[in-house]
Design a protein around this ligand. Structure first.
Ligand SMILES: NC(=O)c1ccc[n+]([C@@H]2O[C@H](COP(=O)([O-])OP(=O)(O)OC[C@H]3O[C@@H](n4cnc5c(N)ncnc54)[C@H](OP(=O)(O)O)[C@@H]3O)[C@@H](O)[C@H]2O)c1
Length: 284
């Protein structure tokens, strides 16, 4: 059973979903990727995270194909606007193009992908206008650290930001020092991207750690699944692993319904400690 996070607007946000970066770009993998996304939907995942940037729209098109014919109410669609499109009349045009590729008339969540040169007040006013028009239900940001958040919350409407999507996995725990508690305090949910450290590529030691392997064995799961359990241990965090492999998606859904015992959580934390000081926000 996939949990939910209560957002500040009172709505329920799925605590688990499917990422889609790189999906839809390779025609040879398309069938397997569609199968993976549809398997996730059949297994009870509702949230799909995509972006206009991914494959310059190809990922959104793939998602559109995967969800075709499904009841819109049963889905939670998240997409993102590029910084270069986050102001003027560009934001609405970008959003309209995303909606068209996805084959829907609204997004459940629209994220400002990362900060660019448009003033935050302008981007927020455009996002709020899209909420009023019914094209998005709510909005959030991505790759915002605490100083960006402070600025965001000070502009008109900025407090309506519902989530911050940031890089977070066991091998990169910098956000635990300041950003995670800050967001919890402001009632802003966290979407953890790269929760699997990109299949271990971002921190190879995760795959070779005897400590992780031993705990994974104890639960009868893989180290990849264990990485998901780590991220999901925080009840304010949603994880969005990406997979183009239906079997991996099934494993990820299974992990999303499990819980780590506190002792094991602590052992894992000790093996890959969080920094004891403020660090730059990791991004990919
Ligand atoms: N806001 C941002 O700036 C930002 C940046 C990066 C990512 N994101 C979002 O976050 C999502 C997740 O991040 P990510 O795609 O970079 O990396 P990730 O989810 O950490 O890792 C994806 C890799 O893990 C593998 N994998 C997935 N499940 C597995 C399993 N059960 N066992 C073994 N391997 C498994 C996948 O391979 P297979 O396909 O073979 O399963 C893929 O190579 C993205 O897709 C995107 O939606 C957002």
């Amino acid at each position: 059973m996939i949990g939910t996070i209560k957002l500040k607007d009172g709505s329920e946000f799925p605590a688990f979903g499917m990422g889609t970066w790189y999906l839809g770009e390779n025609p040879d993998r398309r069938a397997a990727e569609l199968d993976a996304l549809r398997t996730g939907l059949e297994e009870g995942i509702t949230l799909i995270d995509t972006a206009e940037m991914y494959g310059s729209g190809l990922s959104e098109e793939l998602v559109g194909e995967a969800i075709r014919g499904m009841s819109r109410d049963s889905l939670y669609l998240v997409s993102k606007v590029l910084p270069s499109n986050a102001g003027g009349d560009r934001l609405e045009k970008s959003l309209d193009a995303s909606l068209k590729r996805l084959g829907t008339d609204y997004l459940d969540m629209y994220l400002y992908h990362w900060r660019g040169s448009y003033p935050l007040a302008e981007t927020v006013s455009k996002l709020e206008a899209m909420v009023k028009k019914g094209k998005i239900r709510r909005w959030g940001v991505s790759n915002f650290d605490t100083d960006d958040m402070d600025e965001l919350l000070s502009v008109p409407g900025g407090r309506n930001c519902c989530v911050d999507q940031v890089l977070y996995h066991l091998g990169s725990r910098g956000i635990e020092y300041e950003l995670l508690p800050y967001l919890k305090d402001k009632n802003i949910a966290v979407m953890a991207y790269c929760p699997l450290a990109q299949g271990g590529d971002l921190r190879r030691q995760l795959l070779t750690s005897p400590v992780l392997q031993e705990i994974a064995n104890k639960y009868g799961i893989s180290v990849m699944q264990l990485l998901l359990l780590f991220v999901l241990h925080d009840e304010n965090v949603c994880a969005i692993p990406r997979s183009g492999n239906a079997q991996h998606v099934r494993q990820n859904v299974q992990a999303a319904s499990m819980k780590l015992l506190e002792d094991d959580y602590k052992t894992i934390q000790d093996a890959f400690p969080a920094p004891d000081h403020k660090t730059y926000l990791d991004i990919v």
